[in-house]
Design a protein. Structure first.
Length: 201
C-alpha cells in the first residue's frame, strides 16, 4: 500500500533523487523488490531514456539560439518558413516521445512501480502549450507570405515558458523515474522500451 502520492516528491529542478526502497513506489515489493540497480553497468547519464531527452534538449537550445540571433522585426521569408518547418519537426519529436512513454515505457514500469501521475499530467499541459506555440510560428510564416512584416515578438514571449516546462519535466523523470526504473528492472527487461524512445521518436 502506498504511504503517500509519489507526485508530491516532484518539485521541478528541486526534485530530490528518490529513495528507491520507499514502500510507496513498489507495486509488490516481495515479488519485485527494488534490487536491480547494481545490474546496470552504464552510468545514468548515458541511459537511453536520458539520451532521448538530450536530443530534445538540443533542439530547444538550437531554437533559442536562432531566435536570439534573428532580428525580431525584419525576418526574410525564408527565415520565417524555416522557423515553422523547424517547429513542426520539434513538436512532432516531443509528441512522439511522449506517446512512446505513455504507450510503451510507462505501462512496463507500472507493472512494478507506482509512478508519479504528474508525468502524464505534464504531457497534457505541454501539449496545450505546444498549440499556442504552433499558432505563433504559423502566424510568423503567414505574415511573411503576405509581406506583412513578420515579427518574432510573440515567439520570444512564449518560448521561455515552453523551454522551462519541458526541461523541468525531463529533469523530474530523470531524477525520479529513471532511478526507479533501474531499481525495479534489469537492463535486459527495460532496454527494449527505452530504446524505442530513441529509435522511434
Amino acid at each position: 500500500m502506498m504511504h503517500h502520492d509519489p507526485s508530491l516528491l516532484l518539485d521541478g529542478f528541486f526534485t530530490p533523487r528518490v529513495v528507491v526502497d520507499d514502500p510507496a513506489f513498489a507495486v509488490d515489493s516481495e515479488a519485485h523488490p527494488p534490487t536491480c540497480s547494481c545490474a546496470w553497468a552504464s552510468p545514468s547519464h548515458l541511459d537511453t531514456w536520458v539520451r532521448a531527452h538530450d536530443s530534445i534538449r538540443a533542439e530547444v537550445a538550437d531554437l533559442k539560439h536562432a531566435l536570439d540571433a534573428l532580428d525580431a522585426d525584419e525576418l526574410a521569408p525564408w527565415q520565417a518558413e524555416s522557423l515553422l518547418v523547424w517547429w513542426r519537426g520539434h513538436e512532432a519529436h516531443v509528441t512522439n516521445h511522449h506517446q512512446l512513454e505513455r504507450g510503451v515505457l510507462f505501462p512496463l514500469l507500472r507493472e512494478r512501480i507506482n509512478l508519479p501521475g504528474k508525468f502524464e499530467r505534464d504531457h497534457a499541459a505541454l501539449a496545450s502549450q505546444a498549440l499556442w506555440l504552433r499558432a505563433a510560428f504559423e502566424l510568423v510564416s503567414t505574415a511573411s507570405a503576405c509581406c506583412c512584416g513578420p515579427s518574432t515578438v510573440r515567439l520570444r514571449e512564449l518560448w521561455p515558458a515552453w523551454e522551462r516546462a519541458l526541461l523541468l519535466h525531463m529533469h523530474e523523470k530523470e531524477t525520479a523515474g529513471l532511478p526507479l526504473m533501474r531499481a525495479f528492472f534489469r537492463p535486459d527487461e527495460a532496454r527494449p522500451a527505452t530504446r524505442a524512445l530513441l529509435l522511434r521518436a
